[in-house]
Design a protein around this ligand. Structure first.
Ligand code: TXA
Ligand code: MG
Length: 304
């Protein structure tokens, strides 16, 4: 039996699987099995009001779970497979367990492009509910080793495909029944790219639309000091557009935002592991995927 087949078998029996996507590693379960979903929440240590993304094979599979407004369909056609999750009205006959949607009337759907994720979804044949493969409150895992460190004792299979190519969670856009589009979470598919399809996006204001976007969600143990041009004594430093300093690392020596996104979580974990009480982070430009990097840093720096 292939590794993929074995992992699909774990899903069929209600177990959990760590698997790679192009954004970050996910920990997945059978989205249609409420008991498996409950086991997943327990492993994550996740508040149950935080709904999960259902990973599906293609647009047709997504349309079996949600009612997609033409604007949502246009986004799907443009950016799937890829690092975009679409939130839309859940169909009454959706196969996804209500617990996975935390009782909301909406559902988040994603079609990843990562070949291992696609192979797993195809082998399993049903939607896979999968949050990022970290314990709740820690930064997302961008390697199988980090995922195992956080969740290893609770999973039945691990698919290791090396470091996540993008390194930040998917962009999330909600599209209402009347076509109104809101950016719930920034990501590698940038606001500018989404707006070429949707026109001007609203940005989620409060905690109502994106219940999972807890302020301090992506948090290392150390405190973060942002937009720091230079480190102070005793601080670890995360540089950008400059080589790694003696007491730190650089997100990208050349100032490449895509490279910076891919390095962000691994570098936060590494600097956190040094035991430094504060990680000072260089200013990151806000354009392109820089918006998503700044968003994750702001959450990691939020009081908790
Ligand atoms: O890149 C990603 O999206 C990764 C990979 C594994 O796919 N997954 C991921 O899942 O980041 P998670 O659970 O860590 O974050 C999903 C976010 C949460 O903030 C959750 O609240 C939000 O999506 N979400 C899920 N369903 C929603 C819904 N119906 N309405 C609003 N927000 C929703
Ligand atoms: Mg997460």
């Amino acid at each position: 039996m292939s590794e993929i087949e074995r992992a699909a078998e774990v899903l069929r029996t209600g177990g959990l699987v760590i698997f790679p996507t192009e954004t970050v590693y996910g920990v997945g379960c059978d989205a249609t099995n409420a008991e498996a979903v409950a086991r997943l929440y327990a492993a994550k240590g996740r508040p149950q009001f935080n709904p999960l993304i259902a990973h599906v094979a293609d647009l047709a599979a997504a349309e079996r779970e949600a009612r997609l407004h033409p604007t949502a369909r246009a986004l799907a056609e443009r950016f799937w497979p890829g690092p975009l999750s679409i939130v839309a009205t859940r169909r009454a006959d959706s196969s996804v367990a209500e617990l996975a949607c935390a009782g909301l009337t909406t559902i988040a759907l994603r079609v990843p492009w990562h070949p291992t994720a696609r192979a797993l979804i195809a082998a399993f044949g049903k939607p896979i509910a999968a949050p990022s493969a970290n314990r709740s409150g820690r930064v997302s895992a961008t390697t199988a080793a980090y995922a195992i460190e956080d969740l290893g004792s609770d999973v039945g299979a691990v698919l290791d495909a090396g470091t996540s190519p993008i390194g930040l969670e998917s962009t999330i856009v909600s599209v209402g029944d009347k076509g109104a589009a809101t950016l719930l979470r920034s990501g590698a598919i940038t606001r500018e790219q989404i707006e070429t399809v949707t026109g001007p996006l609203a940005t989620a204001g409060g905690s109502i639309e994106a219940p999972g976007m807890l302020q301090s969600h992506y948090a290392p143990r150390a405190h973060l000091r942002l937009d720091a041009d230079t480190p102070r004594a005793g601080e670890a430093y995360l540089a950008f557009g400059a080589p790694a300093p003696a007491d730190g690392l650089t997100l990208s020596a050349s100032g490449d935002l895509v490279e910076a996104a891919a390095n962000l979580y691994a570098h936060l974990r590494a600097l956190d592991a040094t035991g430094a009480p504060v990680i000072a982070v260089a200013p990151i430009p806000a354009h392109g995927i820089g918006e998503a990097i700044r968003d994750r840093l702001a959450r990691a720096a939020a009081p908790r």
